[in-house]
Design a protein around this ligand. Structure first.
Ligand SMILES: CC(C)(COP(=O)(O)OP(=O)(O)OC[C@H]1O[C@@H](n2cnc3c(N)ncnc32)[C@H](O)[C@@H]1OP(=O)(O)O)[C@@H](O)C(=O)NCCC(=O)NCCS
Length: 140
């Protein structure tokens, strides 16, 4: 397995992977947004690649001017889970943050997402207060 930065050529495969999150959680990962993350320098896209296929991805906002990064999404394809794919993505992400003057990472996780919570505990993330996710569909 290799961990590398995402490339524009990965866009189609990344969207196929993200569609799972989009459908199950109503997330707003549009193709335009993922494309912007891949070509810009405000965001980081890391992928784990196995024999030419993407097994996992990590997307984060980088705010070196705030010494801070926000982990937007970490996703491993179901058939590759519990093989340390997310672990390796996260290690690389934290190293990039440290080198880039970002000394704080935060992320949100659902209260019923026990796998992610265990994962974050393994990485010594502190758990802050719980929030309500308040949303309004402006098209209605
Ligand atoms: C959470 C997720 C990214 C973990 O990916 P993964 O590649 O399976 O995780 P790893 O194999 O790297 O696990 C590293 C450690 O995290 C913990 N962990 C990960 N998944 C776990 C699970 N299902 N149950 C318990 N502990 C788990 C373990 O401590 C594990 O270490 P170990 O293998 O020594 O026991 C993956 O389950 C996933 O993609 N879930 C769906 C998307 C998601 O919810 N993303 C987070 C959005 S906030």
């Amino acid at each position: 397995m290799i961990i590398r930065k995402g490339k524009l050529e990965d866009l189609k495969e990344l969207m196929e992977i993200l569609i799972d999150t989009i459908k199950s959680k109503g997330e707003t990962y549009s193709k335009q947004w993922v494309r912007a993350c891949l070509i810009g320098n405000k965001d980081l896209v890391l992928v784990a690649e196995e024999n030419g296929d993407i097994s996992g991805l990590l997307i984060a906002e980088l705010w070196p001017e705030k010494n801070y990064s926000y982990l937007e999404n970490l996703y491993v394809r179901p058939e590759f889970r519990r093989k340390r794919v997310a672990y390796k993505l996260m290690k690389e992400y934290e190293n990039i943050c440290k080198k880039g003057r970002m000394d704080m990472i935060s992320c949100l996780t659902l209260t019923d997402n026990l796998a992610m919570q265990k994962f974050l505990k393994k990485f010594n993330y502190e758990f802050g207060p719980a929030f309500y996710l308040c949303r309004k569909n402006l098209k209605i």
